[in-house]
Write a protein that binds this ligand. Structure first.
Ligand code: TRP
Length: 452
């Protein structure tokens, strides 16, 4: 039996792949991956991250999509249905609630950072019309962070863009945004990697990215690499479950789309690394400890130096904003779909505005933590980093752990087999074993090691 979703359905398999990739590829790949690598010692972090993608991320990605496709409604209600159907504890529905809270928290700072990319896009637009060049990127970035009004303005602008798409619903909203712009971003990154080759520092960059130095890692490195793996694949908060709910049962292979999404996402992150580190090195910046400002303080140097740099700068930050946009809608969609199921389909707009409004207000804390409240420390972190830590590094792995256990132990074989019908039995057994034991154990060890 194939049901459809009241929220609408993807018009084709390609649309789902684009939307899921659009969700996965975003600030996580191009902003967060390079600076996390920079802050965590390079190659060793990258290898642990790749290991997490393969052993934990990809199998959980498949689990999320299949749970969603079976349930066909928002995560909380999907889990309610599955719990009833399988006769297991109602406690599992908690996964959906974790997802809603994590989504609101992540969207709050995600929108602030995406606002930075809008601001930079605007700076390059101004340059096209004779505005001042970004000759001292460090100072430009610092002056943006020091200005709460400016930050709030762009944070609001970005949140508005996000609400607009989500309010329009699946076919009219989400699909349009991803069709052309994602491939364009990919091409631009490739061009930047080629530019990186001309700097003469590609070799050194590759060494930094891929040669592991195990002496610099500790329990925290594992936690951050795992958090990054969840974040970059949009896992652990039921985003992919929600997107899976809009996916037709026939003609779409979950393992295949899962692999396509994970592979594209990983390639974009690695390309971003190969685009950014040659620039960092060629301008004599220390690749270690770049912090969240890394791409904003390094890439403009390259854009000032290269021919047509203003055009590149404009395209780069513009497309990065779009990539963030196709991700932020996927942060807002799960909670919105839940409210739509409460209020009725006619009230999608109201539902989206309520959730986004809440997230926007929370985001003001992140804005202020960059300036007025920069002295405030919670567990040694500023407010924004603290929210990021709780949501990305703790809630996402925890959500993922529970999703893996749920798929591995609570769902019956018939449901799994119906959803993974094209998977050879041997691979299915491997996947189920990963869900039952390996992924939960790895996540648990990492969480426990980091806390103790
Ligand atoms: N994956 C996106 C990025 O890399 C961010 C994102 C979108 C996300 N939806 C998510 C992260 C759900 C965690 C959970 O930019």
């Amino acid at each position: 039996m194939d049901k459809t979703s009241i929220h609408g359905m993807w018009s084709s398999r390609l649309m789902f792949i684009l939307a899921a990739t659009g969700s996965a590829v975003g600030l996580g790949n191009i902003w967060r991956f390079p600076y996390m690598t920079s802050d965590n010692g390079g190659g060793a972090f990258v290898l642990i991250y790749l290991g997490c993608i393969l052993l934990v991320g990809l199998p959980i990605l498949m689990a999320e999509i299949l749970i969603g496709r079976h349930g066909r409604v928002s995560p909380v209600n999907t889990l309610r249905g599955l719990v009833r159907e399988s006769g297991v504890s109602r406690g599992w529905v908690g996964i959906g609630w974790i997802g809603i809270v994590a989504g609101i928290l992540i969207l709050s700072f995600y929108s602030v950072v995406a606002g930075w990319t809008l601001h930079y896009t605007f700076l390059y637009v101004k340059q096209m019309f004779g505005g001042a060049p970004i000759s001292d990127p460090g100072a430009t970035f610092a002056s943006l962070l020091g200005n709460p009004l400016e930050l709030t303005f762009w944070h609001a602008a970005f949140m508005l863009l996000t609400v607009m798409v989500v309010a329009l619903g699946v076919e009219k909203g989400l699909e349009r945004a991803v069709r052309f712009l994602m491939p364009a971003l990919f091409v631009l990154l490739l061009l930047l990697v080629i530019y990186g080759m001309t700097t003469g520092y590609m070799g050194q960059a590759a060494v930094f990215l891929f040669r592991p130095d195990w002496s610099v890692i500790d329990g925290g490195t594992f936690l951050r690499a795992m958090g990054q793996a969840f974040f970059t694949l949009s896992l652990g908060m039921c985003t992919m479950m929600t997107y899976g709910a809009y996916l037709p049962l026939k003609g779409v292979s979950i393992p295949r789309v899962g692999i396509a999404v994970a592979l594209t996402d990983t390639c974009v992150a690695l390309l971003a690394g190969l685009a950014i580190f040659p620039v960092v090195l060629s301008f004599g910046i220390d690749p270690a400890g770049g912090g969240p400002g890394l791409i904003f303080t390094s890439l403009p140097l390259a854009f000032e130096a290269m021919p047509f740099g203003i055009v590149y700068g404009l395209l780069f930050f513009g497309l990065l904003a779009v990539a963030a946009w196709t991700s932020s809608i996927s942060l807002l969609e799960p909670a919105t779909a839940f409210l739509v199921e409460r209020f009725g389909v006619k009230h999608r707009k109201r539902a989206a505005i309520m959730i986004a409004g809440l997230s926007w207000v929370l985001g003001l804390l992140s804005v202020l933590s960059l300036n007025r409240l920069s002295g405030v420390r919670i567990l040694g972190r500023d407010i924004m980093t603290f929210i990021e830590f709780i949501a990305n590094d703790l809630m996402l792995p925890l959500g993922g752990l529970l999703i893996a256990l749920f798929a591995g132990w609570a769902l019956n074989r018939t449901i799994l087999r119906e959803q993974l019908s094209d998977m050879p039995e041997s691979l299915f057994l491997v996947w189920r074993w990963l869900m039952r034991v390996v992924a939960p154990l790895l996540v648990l060890i990492v969480l426990v090691r980091a806390v103790v």
